[in-house]
Design a protein around this ligand. Structure first.
Ligand code: ADP
Ligand code: ADP
Ligand code: ZN
Length: 787
């Protein structure tokens, strides 16, 4: 039998925890010996083609206090902090000869030779560490485990990363419940974080990043399966997140937390961008965990930024420090609370589970350190097949939000959404730059500038909210702010009617005027962005990639390719028809990726106008409130105007339009002028009683418009959008009486369209009285059959 090694690993997050572990005399019911120091120098060996790695093994040469050892280890598996792997070890003669034929005869040598043949072994990377090895024993009995406290670094190509780590290895013969007991005793210690990756795995990944040859492996290639590409993209961020764990925990340098948060945010954004092509159910624990981590780190980061900016202001303006004492008292109290939460989180099983879930998907697979890939909906879909679509969609989303800037009608939430769109577009370009081509480099630079400006706006908005809360309530946040981490209770003595000190009032004004200045400058900034030809660059790069794919550099053409190829000449128009709440909006959102067409919903356009109090919105309101249709002339003009926008050049997915015969006729005429027409009408059928329940339970995101249901499609956090974090609300017209009216209007005015489109041969009926997924599948089926 191959000997198995069972050990638990933890990252030691702070000096104090390290000291405590070095000094501890007892653990659970066991005694811990003082131990001894070892200086360990490990070199990992493999062939240039990674044959050992490919067999799921690692070959290590170790020099420990002058003595040489050779070890062959299985890569094993990790469960939170507990690693299990096979291990064989022999003494290695000095001086060391990397040719296995010179090694002592035995199982290890035979195994290595059988794996590598006559290919030479070369050093991969080295790990140097100081180990304090302590034994854990029964009070009067045998040793049950070894406790190792390691400090050292992994080096490759002149670059290195540091680590401080605790390993607990079960002694041969000891039962696993002993380990459980020890881990239990350790669980009370804060500065420990479960470490699901071995040093070897980290070394490999590190070498992959640093080494030029190996780095190429991590670069996204046009023919990578999409899941593999995403895995390559995420992996460095995963390691970066862990690399900044200890610094975040220590808290002395705020940039450590910032870097850790950026790594987490990047992973979130990449998963978000990639989500239409990934099996997001399988990735649920990852996305949820990352979101939590991002929230907890973000809560502290926001306060760090606030403090830095405020102190810079005081220094810069020579403001009276005394005026800021009350503010900083509130800040201090809230900051301590948030940091505590962060520290608890870093040491929690929850965080351990997040890393474990991530690592399950990111761990390199045999052969040769190749990424195994994230679970994709269609494992055969390649990067070059989907990236053009993704890039276009991200661009369209940004342009869509951007159109509001010129009108001066964009709300602060709108700017926030714009910033997020900008970030998503920029990450898309960065991540797939190798595939889209170096031309997008300029676009990335311009987007960065745009983002910096809007980042400052975001900081100012947040700062004003806090300053106002401090002024009115004496607390960091206003009471019961949705989505806030703030719980309860004023943090300092300032009551609501104590006026703010002059210095603070001035500061509040300064931050408010930052917002005004941004908004005033926004149209010019946006115009500059457009003038820099970013949209053209991106569209051109996407089209070029597509053309290359179509020229046969790709063998598998997806529906997407066929469609986009066809659309270059002839736009596609698909109509989603169905009574109120039949699921048009929900489904449109899901079909958008398949169709790569902008979603044009007349109801959303009206609500957008209403929110921004445009004349059109104000006119429509009276009809909408009553559940009646808005007059045809207004509606037709609004929708045709929308269809004339550049992002609709390839067509559109229409939702809620047309709703009357005159609207349908006007649409036909407008499309015919462009030599085009309706390609497909999907009629979603749902019984009336089901519709009433759907209407009354519907909730929408104020920010991105995503549709939820309190019973059938509830968000992860009540009242908060899963997709963008926006606030959920109920439409004014989603009450039962208005909904009944809307159903009646539908029967009278819209159902005649069914006949109209049926006679043109473009109508397909879909049973909408099924689960959301089933309806999506039915719609996909119809689209794939008809387009
Ligand atoms: P639903 O959930 O009923 O599908 P929508 O969001 O599509 O609702 O529409 C909301 C309201 O906007 C309608 O009740 C109507 O007043 C107005 N509206 C939307 N689309 C049209 C249209 N094509 N013609 C006239 N009015 C419309
Ligand atoms: P529409 O755009 O047609 O007015 P929505 O897409 O907004 O409809 O859906 C109406 C409500 O019903 C939403 O709350 C949505 O979450 C929910 N819903 C949509 N499709 C289904 C379904 N197949 N089963 C259950 N609830 C659904
Ligand atoms: Zn949203």
């Amino acid at each position: 039998m191959v000997p198995m090694e069972i050990e638990a690993k933890y990252a030691i997050l702070d000096e104090q925890t390290g000291t405590q572990l070095r000094a501890t005399r007892r653990l659970a019911g066991f005694k811990v010996t003082p131990g001894r120091h070892l200086s360990l120098h490990d070199t990992y060996l493999d062939t240039a083609t990674g044959d050992i790695r490919a067999a799921g093994l690692a070959c290590r040469r170790r020099v420990a206090n002058g003595r040489g050892l050779l070890t062959l280890k299985g890569l094993g598996s990790a469960q939170a902090s507990v690693h299990t792997r096979e291990e064989t070890e022999i003494e290695a003669p000095e001086p060391f000869d990397p040719s296995p034929t010179t090694w002592p005869e035995g199982a290890l040598r035979e195994r290595v030779l059988s794996l590598i043949g006559d290919r030479p072994l070369i050093p991969q990377f080295t790990i140097d560490q100081d180990r304090l090895a302590r034994k854990v024993r029964e009070p009067k009995g045998p040793t049950v485990a070894e406790l190792a406290i390691d400090t050292g670094h992994i080096s490759y190509g002149g670059d290195s990363i540091l680590f401080t780590e605790l390993e607990i290895e079960l002694a041969p013969g000891a039962t696993p419940d002993v380990l459980a007991e020890i881990l239990d005793a350790l669980s009370g210690l804060p500065g420990l974080a479960a470490q699901p990756t071995s040093k070897f795995e980290r070394g490999l990944a590190f070498a992959a990043r640093v080494g030029k040859q190996a780095l190429a492996e991590e670069q996204v290639c046009a023919d990578d399966p999409f899941g593999v590409a995403v895995c390559k993209v995420l992996r460095p961020h995963f390691f970066r997140m862990q690399a900044h764990e200890a610094g975040t925990y220590a808290g002395t340098d705020p940039e450590e937390l910032h870097d850790m948060r950026v790594a987490i945010r990047r992973m979130r954004t990449v998963l978000w961008i990639a989500r239409p092509y990934l099996d997001m159910d399988a990735l649920g624990p990852v996305t949820k965990g990352l979101r939590r981590a991002a929230d907890i780190l973000g809560a502290v980061r926001d306060m760090d930024v606030f403090r830095q900016k405020t102190e810079a202001y005081i220094a810069d303006k020579g403001a009276k420090a005394a005026d800021f004492v009350s503010l900083f008292a509130v800040w201090d109290a809230e900051y301590a609370r948030r940091r505590n939460e962060l520290l608890r989180y870093l040491g929690s099983r929850r965080y351990g589970r997040l890393k474990e879930a991530l690592w399950t998907h990111l761990a390199p697979a045999a052969p040769a350190n190749s990424p195994q890939g994230l679970p994709a909906l269609d494992p055969s879909v390649r990067v070059d097949e989907v990236v053009p679509g993704i890039a276009r969609q991200r661009l369209a989303a940004l342009l869509e939000h951007g159109t509001g800037i010129g009108t001066g009608k964009l709300s602060l939430a709108g700017y926030h959404a714009l910033r997020i769109d900008g970030k998503r577009l920029r990450y898309t370009l960065e991540v797939f730059r190798g595939v889209l081509g170096p031309e997008v480099g300029d676009a990335i630079e311009v987007l960065k500038k745009l983002q910096d400006a809007s980042g400052d706006l975001q900081d100012a908005v947040v700062a004003v909210a806090h300053l106002e809360a401090v002024g009115s309530f004496g607390t960091w946040e206003p009471p019961r702010q949705p989505g806030s981490l703030w719980q309860s209770g004023p943090a300092c003595g300032r009551g609501p009617d104590t006026p703010l000190p002059t210095g603070l009032r001035r500061y509040l004004r300064a931050r408010k005027s930052e917002i005004k200045a941004f908004v005033a400058k926004a149209p010019a900034t946006w115009q500059r962005f457009l003038d820099d030809h970013v949209p053209e660059q991106i569209t051109t790069a996407a089209a070029a990639l597509e053309a290359a794919t179509l020229r046969g550099e790709s063998i598998m053409l997806t529906l997407q390719d066929h469609k986009e190829n066809a659309m270059a000449h002839n736009p596609t128009y698909v109509i989603l028809m169905g009574p109120p709440a039949s699921g048009k909006g929900t489904q449109a959102e899901r079909l958008q990726e398949l169709l790569a067409l902008p979603h044009v919903a007349s109801g959303d356009l009206f609500r957008y106008n209403l929110k921004n109090e445009t004349p059109l919105g104000l006119r429509a309101k009276a009809y909408m409130d009553k559940g009646e249709l808005v007059p045809d002339d207004i509606t037709i003009a609004m929708v045709l105007d929308r269809l004339a926008r550049p992002d609709c050049a390839k067509g559109a997915l229409l939702d809620g339009f047309p709703r009357t015969l005159p609207q349908a006729a006007a649409l036909d005429t407008a499309l015919a002028e462009k030599g085009s027409g309706i390609d497909l009408v999907l009629n979603i059928k749902v019984p009336d009683d089901v519709l009433i329940e759907r209407v009354t339970g519907r909730r929408l995101c104020r920010q991105c418009g995503a549709s939820y249901h309190i019973k059938f499609a509830s968000p992860q956090t009540e009242g908060v959008c899963d997709k963008c974090g926006g606030e959920l609300y109920q439409r004014d017209d989603d009450t039962e009486p208005v909904a009944r009216k809307r159903l009646e209007v539908y029967d009278n005015q819209t159902s005649p369209l069914i006949e109209y489109y049926a006679s043109k041969g473009v109508l397909v009926a879909i049973d909408g009285d099924q689960s959301i997924d089933e309806v999506t599948a039915a719609l996909r089926g119809a689209i794939e059959a008809r387009l």
